[in-house]
Write a protein that binds this ligand. Structure first.
Ligand SMILES: N[C@@H](CCC[C@H](NC(=O)CCC(=O)O)C(=O)O)C(=O)O
Length: 428
């Protein structure tokens, strides 16, 4: 697509989006995206956006809408015989389009802006792929409000059996970017599993409009170092826990993460400190330091196997979220106390259902690309666990997720929406 006019935004001639942010039934795709972007929704603050999404979906007469906490679920019933509007006597599969509405904390990237094609403000990698497109810049652009915008647009537009050959369940959920126990989709699965029964799911996490199969597992834990408090003018009376953390940091810096092939896809692992805290006062020798470690492990391992590699078999068995510090009996951090904060298993690629085949074929036709592995953790893992085949397919570059200059070309948003629309209307 090279139509320059089509992807020149009409939203903001001066580069600033209008303040406000309600999604409304009469908006076009760009406007829906802008409204989503303009509503602050860092994890724990999603209610205003959930309200707006719910109101938008309730205005669509063809959808049955539910809300649980800040998760909104909307389903069509064109084919499943549960709606009086059902005039069809054939059955059809049900497909879930799922997107989280929370974003990671802002790094001077809220409110959003429109960057104009050709004015030099767009990242070179994005401008190279979409030279004629204006770009949405700001927190959540790639992860994952562009895909959310596409799903909302499709939820409104695909309003009859003439427009889609499948029934669709749209899920907009809170708390994806934080501890697994807070995840809104997980809460719906526990409380209302019937709301998310389906034959296939697409998670709109950023993938450059390509298919990323499965996902790495993730766990986060504190490695504790201990010291003895003393006056910093008489440091010999104590032992410095922050200095002791240097060994932990060295271990992490020297760790060489593996790349592991699972069912033909290559999962790149990672082990990193993402936060560090310690110290009780500016002139006190610290008695505790915590290095917060994030381990990304390939889906060839269970959570237990991944833990055992880092902290030994016994610690892997006993440690868990909320348990408190447990001494590592082996592995990379042998001898340190480990305080587990979050753990979620990965998912194998899951590219072996007929619905996936037709989607892979459509993506291949558009891009010439085959599926690759998802390195982040996504809710494909949850759907896999439920026995629902699922893939990641979303607008935006996953390499830009969580970065300060997150951005998505409007052209990509339109192409992504067209791709899904084409597949949903043709697939059976
Ligand atoms: N419970 C986990 C949740 C972390 C989820 C997050 N997912 C993404 O960023 C997906 C984006 C992508 O890779 O395309 C993550 O992987 O960090 C936790 O709290 O860590």
């Amino acid at each position: 697509m090279t139509d320059e006019k089509k992807y020149t935004s009409t939203l903001a001639p001066d580069g600033q989006l209008a303040p406000g942010g309600k999604i409304s039934p009469d908006q076009n795709l760009d406007e829906i995206f802008a409204a989503l972007m303009h509503t602050y929704s860092v994890s724990d603050s999603e209610s205003a956006l959930a309200d707006s999404v719910e109101a938008f979906l309730r205005a669509c007469a063809h959808l049955q809408v539910h809300r649980y906490g800040d998760t909104v679920v909307a389903a069509t019933h064109f084919y499943d015989g549960t709606s009086h509007t059902n005039t069809s006597h054939t059955s059809a599969p049900r497909v879930i389009l799922a997107g989280h509405i929370d974003v990671v904390p802002v790094i001077e990237n809220f409110p959003p802006r429109i960057l104009s094609a050709g004015d030099g403000t767009i990242r070179p990698d994005v401008a190279e792929r979409y030279p004629h497109s204006d770009v949405m810049w700001g927190r959540g652009a790639t992860d994952m409000k562009a895909s959310d915008a596409a799903f909302l647009y499709l939820a409104r537009e695909l309003d009859s059996a003439e427009k889609t050959r499948v029934d669709i369940t749209y899920v907009f959920y809170d708390h994806e970017e934080v501890q697994a126990e807070k995840n809104g989709l997980g809460k719906v699965v526990a409380a209302h599993p019937d709301w998310v029964a389906a034959d296939f799911a697409i998670i709109g996490e950023p993938t450059n409009t390509l298919i990323e199969g499965g996902c790495n597992g993730t766990m986060r834990f504190d490695v504790l170092t201990h010291g003895v408090a003393a006056h910093s003018a008489r440091a010999w009376m104590g032992r410095n826990a922050i200095h002791a953390a240097a060994d932990v940091l060295r271990t992490l810096a020297e760790y060489e993460p593996a790349t592991i092939r699972v069912n033909g896809l290559e999962y790149r692992e990672g082990l990193n400190a993402t936060m560090i805290s310690g110290g009780e006062g500016t002139n006190i020798i610290p008695q505790e330091c915590r290095v917060h470690v994030n381990y990304r492990f390939a889906p060839d391992k269970t959570i237990h196997e991944a833990k055992a590699l880092l902290m030994g078999e016994e610690c892997a068995r006993v440690s868990g979220v909320g348990v408190g510090p447990v001494r590592a009996d082996g592995g990379l951090f042998a001898g340190y106390d480990i305080d587990m904060k979050d753990e979620s298993a990965g998912a194998r690629p899951g590219l072996d259902s007929p619905l996936v085949d037709s989607l892979v074929a459509r993506v291949r036709e558009r891009s010439g690309q085959e599926p690759t592995a998802k390195f982040g953790w996504t809710d494909v893992a949850r759907f896999s666990e439920l026995g629902i085949p699922a893939v990641n397919l979303g607008a935006g570059d996953p390499l830009l997720a969580h970065k300060a200059d997150e951005q998505v070309a409007l052209q990509e948003l339109h192409e992504y929406t067209d791709l899904l629309c084409g597949w949903l209307s043709e697939n059976r």
